[in-house]
Design a protein around this ligand. Structure first.
Ligand code: ADP
Ligand code: MG
Length: 249
């Protein structure tokens, strides 16, 4: 990560259209063997371009979270190839992968995963520390404030998670995911725990992130949100059933 870029709130230039950020071939994640094998995803071929807002839909158990974890570098495939942002991450060792993830990926969870004893700003600052950017305390602090501003929580820096609503906590979760300026943001049902209004606010922020150059992959059950994405990946039984690509937003 370029530490000077941490403070920039100006939108970056949109990426050249049509360049791949993610390319998966025959991507497979299976647990166990033989009759006991549990298929997470199997034989997935997928391409996602830079700057796209991508929805992943499908019934429960169809492999959405498994796919999300693989492209985010949280989990490793059993077989197949996976290139994210120019790197073959399927070949990385676990510790290498963790380092790579800290620099390239922001992750948003359904249930926020904020540390309860840290303030909003401290939760966001921690992501910068863990990214290994080497940014000093002052830079971390101002970058965290800028990220909270971007999600409309400028006045919330000193609040603890328990002092915030679910929607506010998720916006802190997004500030934390984007503060390192990752090329990819993966959100697994980010609106799943929120009411419709808060879910919409969170979706708008994710849309804005994609418009300023990040690639955003979000898993959702909300078909109205999926319809607003540039690309919708529909999963069934661990495979990609169909991909819908829409023209410019
Ligand atoms: P979704 O997110 O679409 O609901 P998941 O990706 O969580 O689906 O799960 C896909 C399949 O993989 C399910 O059958 C699930 O039971 C299985 N699975 C997921 N994680 C594991 C695991 N750690 N061990 C064994 N099976 C798993
Ligand atoms: Mg899931």
């Amino acid at each position: 990560m370029d530490t000077t870029a941490l403070l920039s709130t100006a939108p970056t230039a949109p990426p050249a259209a049509g360049t791949a950020l993610i390319e998966a071939h025959d991507l497979t994640r299976i647990w166990g063997k033989g009759d006991a094998a549990q298929i997470g995803v199997s034989g997935v071929d997928l391409r996602i371009d830079r700057g796209e807002l991508v929805a992943v839909i499908g019934p429960s158990g169809s492999g959405k979270s498994t796919l999300g974890a693989l492209i985010a570098g949280i989990d490793r495939p059993t077989s197949g190839s996976l290139v994210v942002d120019g790197t073959r991450i399927d070949r990385m060792k676990v510790d290498q992968l963790a380092g790579w993830r800290g620099q390239h990926v922001g992750i948003v969870f359904q249930d926020f995963h904020l540390l309860p004893t840290l303030t909003a700003a401290e939760n966001v600052e921690l992501a910068i520390e863990l990214s290994g950017s080497g940014a000093g305390r002052r830079l971390r602090r101002s970058a965290a404030r800028a990220a909270l501003d971007r999600v409309g929580l400028g006045g919330y820096a000193r609040k603890l998670p328990a002092q915030m609503s679910g929607g506010e906590q998720q916006r802190v979760g997004i500030a934390r995911a984007m503060v390192t300026q990752p090329s990819l943001v993966v959100a697994d049902e980010p609106t799943g725990a929120l009411d419709q209004a808060n879910g919409h606010a969170v979706f708008e922020i994710l849309t804005g992130l994609a418009q300023t150059g990040s690639t955003v992959v979000f898993i959702t059950h909300d078909l109205a949100l999926a319809d607003a994405a540039d690309r919708t990946v529909s999963m069934i039984d661990g495979g990609v059933a169909s991909v819908t690509v829409r023209g410019g937003r």
